[in-house]
Design a protein around this ligand. Sequence first.
Ligand SMILES: Cc1cc2nc3c(=O)[nH]c(=O)nc-3n(C[C@H](O)[C@H](O)[C@H](O)COP(=O)(O)O)c2cc1C
Length: 207
Amino acid sequence: MVWYFMEDIKKKITEALNFRHACKEFNGEKIPNEDLKFILESGRLSPSSFGMQPWKFIVVKDQKLKEQLLEASLGQIQVTTCSDLVVICARTDIKPSDDFFKKVMENRTLPEEKQERIKKSLDEKDPQKMLVYCQQQAFIALGNMMQVSAFLGVDSCPMGGFDAETYSKILGLDPHIHPTLLMPLGYRKNKQSDKERLAYDDVVETR
Ligand SMILES: Cc1cc2nc3c(=O)[nH]c(=O)nc-3n(C[C@H](O)[C@H](O)[C@H](O)COP(=O)(O)O)c2cc1C
């Protein structure tokens, strides 16, 4: 019984992994709010270094706003044809003196010694290193959200091709919120492209 159950789960996971592709054009159909929330929850629950959760997910629903963002997205129409455009931002206000750091730490039960180690490590980072560090966490959230979307039958496209500065201006973001990735969500208009991947043995090495 348990064996059958596991096989079923594996089959569903494989189906979702194959269903997910970089969707180039959506059909404009809206995602139920409940599904959108479920997807965003998987971003919220993602792991992050020291558990700092240095991200913010901005959901653009407004069509006019999406159109305003098109040029800064190198004209990629995923942005305007999707149901919801999620702008995954890295937030860099995670130094011990920042309010956000305090907020994250408020609900944590960490030994004093560990807290001090976290503070020292974050304090030492210069702005550029801090940005890269926070952006790395944002990628993890993107991966989780895309995979959960696929489970729900929702298409997505991971996108790094956009002008972050223009996005910041159009969305009126605070300087510590950095647009890092786009994740338009919706339903595909066209058949998905074939999966082009290297063979298992090309990418896995066992020692
Ligand atoms: C970080 C990242 C940035 C990407 N940026 C874009 C993008 O700007 N536009 C686009 O159409 N696809 C983008 N892609 C999609 C990739 O081209 C695509 O995932 C890859 O070719 C594999 O195809 P598949 O996702 O359909 O399996 C990006 C993917 C990643 C992971």
